[in-house]
Design a protein around this ligand. Structure first.
Ligand SMILES: O=P(O)(O)O[C@@H]1[C@@H](OP(=O)(O)O)[C@H](OP(=O)(O)O)[C@H](O)[C@H](OP(=O)(O)O)[C@H]1OP(=O)(O)O
Ligand SMILES: Nc1ncnc2c1ncn2[C@@H]1O[C@H](COP(=O)(O)OP(=O)(O)OP(=O)(O)O)[C@@H](O)[C@H]1O
Length: 436
């Protein structure tokens, strides 16, 4: 197993981060297995030193403390062709080494993130992954989010008309914009996932506009050139000749849209993600919640009216340890890929299949929250691409498992998003091209 002590902290360069992890790319002297790799490290909220010591002690055994690798190799690789997944391997960490790394790298992190969290020094293992943004190339990261409209069967009379017209992303963005948490966006995932060249092009153009207006603070589009995360003031660095100042911003946007469109129209990845999202979330959170309540009421100890209401996904007599382990996940994938799943009647889901539907929803949440990185040549002005080159690639990242304890939060968030949209008079029409 690779050991991080073979590298110096300055051999790593900050790339970017999300809510849960921070990613650095290897720029040190050529050394296997670090060449061409990024290091993905877990973050933790700022904590009292005593709590950190307790956590460190609890991780002294060599149990796999990052579920990413097992989950990708044993589950996701059965759903997404491995050529569209990064190579992952475990690396052993060292707390002192991590503390020094944090001192060196923190100044490169956004201030808002630094106030919230930092590298988790208690972790014994991290992940080395294929570096998808390095090299003399253009790498475009898109977080597409929810690519489907729900099936109507389990929606209420109040929510059905709203949820069947406007997609979850557009409604959520509306809520965030109302709260001043983000800019209103025209990007709609249903355009990106549509497979229709005009709509995919519109989605890319809308993402670009929001990227530009937000000063690249949106998390749905990140653009890297030659390994560097770009700000809208640096668009020239997307060009194969960054010194070429002949192109206007519109020229560069158009070359960018054309290059990305070409890759996205030819990759199977978007269709795979959209199909997984919709076939794993067949009941909608509303249908899952009513199945949960029906299952509870069928249990002898929970049937009486005075029995406490147990929120969705929370431990109960019929679901005593709800969080799935890797064996549970593998068993679930076996079922999902077997005739058992195609034989289920989702219009009348049975209480005995509650565990299947819960895990399916969790997995759909992973796929709704992942990102793709498209790698292609640096842009050449005046050249439109129509054929993907062999060197282009589309890779899916951030496929971590979600936890059962989130279901309750998602149920509340769903109601909040739909109510706010309704109260705000929203009526956008989002078209789901793949709706059966
Ligand atoms: O609920 P959503 O759709 O806002 O998604 C959350 C993401 O927000 P987004 O809408 O992409 O800005 C959120 O992204 P950011 O941290 O805001 O970049 C996380 O991905 C979060 O997942 P987790 O808590 O890190 O496991 C995501 O939470 P989950 O819903 O996937 O648990
Ligand atoms: N293999 C990779 N190569 C290059 N960059 C990567 C790679 N994996 C992740 N990144 C960069 O690091 C960022 C954070 O990674 P990731 O999305 O996995 O984090 P996260 O904390 O799980 O995100 P989220 O907030 O969505 O849960 C990504 O947005 C991407 O810019």
């Amino acid at each position: 197993m690779a050991n991080i002590l073979k590298t110096h902290q300055s051999d790593w360069k900050y790339v970017s981060e999300g809510g849960a992890t921070i990613v650095l790319s290897y720029i040190g002297p050529s050394r296997i297995p670090f060449d061409g790799k990024v290091l993905r490290l877990r973050k933790s909220k700022r904590q009292h030193p005593e709590v950190v010591d307790q956590l460190r002690d609890s991780r002294l055994d060599e149990a796999p403390d990052d579920p990413t690798i097992d989950f990708q190799s044993k589950c996701m690789a059965r759903l997404i062709p491995p050529e569209h997944l990064p190579d992952l391997e475990t690396v052993l960490l060292d707390d002192h080494w991590l503390e020094q790394l944090a001192l060196l790298q923190d100044p490169h992190r956004p201030q808002s993130r630094r106030e919230e969290d930092g590298i988790d020094f208690t972790r014994k293992k991290g992940v080395l992954a294929t570096d998808l943004i390095g090299g003399n190339e253009l790498s475009v990261e898109i977080k597409p989010k929810w690519g489907f409209l729900p099936q109507p069967a389990h929606l209420s009379l109040d929510t059905g008309p709203i949820k069947l017209r406007t997609c979850r992303f557009c409604m959520h963005n509306n809520l965030r914009a109302q709260r001043g948490q983000s800019l209103p966006m025209k990007y709609c995932p249903l355009d990106l996932f549509s497979g229709d060249i005009n709509r995919v092009s519109k989605a890319i153009s809308n993402l670009w506009d929001s990227w530009s207006k937000s000063e690249s603070t949106i998390n749905n589009l990140k653009i890297f050139a030659r390994g560097k995360l770009l700000h809208p003031s640096q668009v020239n660095e997307m060009l194969s000749d960054p010194g070429d100042t002949s192109g206007s911003l519109d020229h560069i946007k158009s070359a960018f849209t054309s290059a990305l469109l070409c890759c996205l129209m030819q990759t199977p990845v978007l269709q795979i993600l959209s199909k997984l999202q919709r076939t794993l979330d067949v009941l909608d959170i509303e249908g899952l919640s009513s199945l949960w309540r029906r299952t509870l009421s069928s249990h002898p100890s929970l049937a009486s009216e005075s029995a406490p209401a147990i929120p969705l996904g929370v431990s109960s007599p019929f679901l005593s340890s709800p969080e799935p382990n890797i064996i549970d996940w593998e068993t679930f994938i076996d079922s999902f890929l077997s005739p058992f799943s195609s034989g289920l009647d989702h219009l009348q889901p049975k209480a005995e299949n509650i565990r299947y539907y819960l895990l399916a929803y969790l997995l759909s949440a992973t796929v709704k929250d992942c990102s793709i990185i498209v790698r292609t040549d640096l842009l050449q002005l005046g050249k439109t691409s129509s054929k993907r080159k062999n060197t282009d690639s589309v890779t899916v990242i951030d496929l971590d498992p979600k936890k059962m304890d989130k279901l309750n939060k998602w149920e509340k968030l769903d109601a909040e998003i739909v109510n706010a949209y309704h109260n705000n008079g929203g009526s956008k029409i989002c078209i789901d091209a793949w709706r059966g």
